[in-house]
Design a protein around this ligand. Sequence first.
Ligand SMILES: [Zn+2]
Length: 315
Amino acid sequence: MWEAWITTNALHHLLASITFAIIGLVVIARRRALRRSVRHAPRLFWITVALCALLAAWNGACLTEILMGLHGHTTLISGLCEWANLITLSGLILALVYNRLVVERTSRPRRILAIGAHPDDLELACGATLAKLADAGHQIQAVVLTGGERGGNATVRPLEARRGAQFLGCNAVFVYDFADTRLREQANEILSAIEMRIREFNPDIIFTHSANDQHQDHQAVYEATLRAARNHGTILCYESPSVTSDFNPTFFVDIGDYVDVKIESIRQHRDQRLKPYVSAERLRGMALFRGGQAKTRYAEGFEAVRSLASSLGDI
Ligand SMILES: [Zn+2]
């Protein structure tokens, strides 16, 4: 009877120790996917890793003591450990299910072209919107016109542009190497590049910079996009950190839980991590402010150059 208890208990602790070790390692290996699919991902990540490490070690200690014949002392601790296993596992599953991002899949997928001057522009301005639309099943292509060499590391930033867009769920990313801060001097070339992307993708909706933006590259991209998209129904201008006080959004996307995804997408741009406008506090504040204007919690705001109902579908 006693031997049977020892064998069963030892087996429980062995399986529990292995299970928690595996869960911890999987969460570490898949942390990027976790950050893309749940709210409060950084906090959830560290709590999960810490609890898995604790429970793997605790179960390992109980197993060792049982195998060493110290079961007389460990009956109570072993029982507590088994309860802790149960509670932790249930808690982790509930936390993951409760915090997962839920978005309704669209029955009318749209083609969306998002155009930005610099590697982090799209994530900063409309990252949450793009992630939400990608999860809903819309097709998204991202265009980044410069490698951002004047604002950071010229080798790293184009790679970060691809990583950021892929993190959001864009189906394709095109990173060009037009000269950073000198897009006005290359107006015809960027016009041709945007025209080619529009011709190939035939987007229903185009996201681009606003006319009310003090960055000369952003203005140049806005002007080139309007010229290139002269035959397209819906053009929405997003809010970069450099927009002027004249930026006046009238179209809002309710981004709900996607603020965390936006913040994580901007963290893909490690080269820009010291810039003041990438702080989570500021990004959350902006989303709250636009959410207040839109009578929801969090939102991203857009100026509509024009918005055609049939292009927008159920967005
Ligand atoms: Zn920019």
